[in-house]
Design a protein around this ligand. Structure first.
Ligand code: SF4
Length: 357
């Protein structure tokens, strides 16, 4: 257990603007006094974003296919190829969903799905071009690293070429999904067929080199240790030093319902708030931290605004992946603004690039 003396010396480094080490990150993860962690993380939040403003985006998730051969143990969304419940939306259905997004003043279309062996590069080029032509103002925040790595593979393209073609077709940025925990011991245990730590990081480097931004995420609370959570944060921080391409960091705890790991005990609110605060302190080169309303619910997300978070993410007009696991906290803009006001901040809408709209 970390002592008050150790915490005080870490706090002094934070107040002096010095970078924290791996050992200090681990010490913070083991520090029992949550309010002290909160005030230190909130101090950093105010240094990075001094205005008493909390942002959010009007967005929609379109889960265009649930067909996926990867069978991650933590996922209850996928259906293996050939399964009777497998689906792929038509382009017209996706365009209709985008139309509904625009009618609700939405700006961000997050398109994500499974690794479907039937969908090659021409499918995505056609889909993205049609969305771009019909709704030029919508930001296509598209596909996860695992989807694009697989797409490049089955389309016989290099990853840079695949990204270039997706970008030309209209894709603007990439969500940080699939980061889970960037430690291969953990990845092998929960998603043995998915990309390795290095493949995920190399992929994000390519995204940033292509001039696109991405988010970074962490799904914790399954088989990882506190030390491995800190390793994950440091790997993100190192890549951010190199490229500066991450817009924000978001973390959420594993949702065991309906997965192949049903007996894992769900992480507590205390654990969530501590993880958010430590992330704010370790990720000194990230401008923004998002709360995960979808998994934590509005009350814990509101509390997170005093633990280093400055953004409530998306209204998520539609969401299927985490919801498939039993989390159904989906709020509209009015409800998000009420949460923000309730915590003493002013709400502002933004786009995917964190520009105010
Ligand atoms: S998390 Fe993604 S890659 Fe893994 S099984 Fe689910 S849909 Fe497939």
């Amino acid at each position: 257990m970390t002592t008050d003396v150790q915490f005080d010396s870490i706090a002094e480094k934070v107040l002096n603007g010095e970078r924290l080490s791996y050992e200090e990150g681990v010490a913070l993860m083991h520090y029992p006094k949550l309010p002290e962690l909160a005030s230190l993380a909130h101090y950093v939040r105010l240094k990075k974003n001094p205005e008493p403003i909390v942002t959010y985006v009007i967005g929609r998730i379109v889960s265009y296919t649930n067909v996926c051969w990867v069978r991650c143990k933590f996922c209850s969304f996928y259906r293996v190829p050939g399964h009777e419940e497998g689906y792929t939306l038509t382009n017209e259905e996706i365009l209709q969903k985008t139309r509904e997004l625009v009618e609700q003043d939405g700006v961000e279309l997050l398109i994500q799905g499974g690794l479907n062996p039937k969908l090659k590069i021409d499918y995505y080029e056609t889909l993205f071009s049609e969305i771009r032509a019909a709704f030029p103002e919508v930001i296509i925040h598209g596909l996860s690293p695992a989807e694009i790595l697989y797409l490049a593979h089955i389309s016989k393209l290099s990853v840079p070429d695949c990204l270039q073609r997706l970008k030309q077709a209209g894709m603007n940025s990439v969500p940080g999904a699939g980061g889970e925990i960037l430690v291969d011991r953990v990845r092998k245990e929960i998603a043995q067929f998915k990309d390795t730590t290095q493949e995920w990081l190399n992929f994000m480097r390519e995204v940033h080199l292509k001039g696109m931004r991405s988010t970074a995420s962490m799904m914790y609370g399954h088989v990882e240790t506190m030390e491995e959570r800190v390793e994950h944060l440091i790997r993100l921080r190192e890549l951010q030093d190199e490229t500066g391409g991450f817009t924000a960091f978001i973390c959420w705890n594993f949702q065991p319902e309906g997965t192949d790991m049903p007996n894992v005990q769900k992480a507590s609110a205390f654990d969530y708030l501590r993880t958010v605060a430590v992330a704010r302190l370790m990720l000194d080169n990230f401008d923004h931290l998002q709360a995960s309303i979808l998994t934590q619910g509005p009350k814990i997300a509101q509390l997170a605004l005093k633990y280093g978070v400055d953004d409530l993410g998306s209204t998520m007009i539609e969401e299927n992946v985490v919801s498939a696991q039993g989390s159904k906290f989906i709020l509209n803009a009015t409800e998000l603004e009420r949460i923000i006001h309730g915590a003493g901040f002013e709400p502002r809408r933004r786009n995917t690039r964190y520009e105010r709209v």
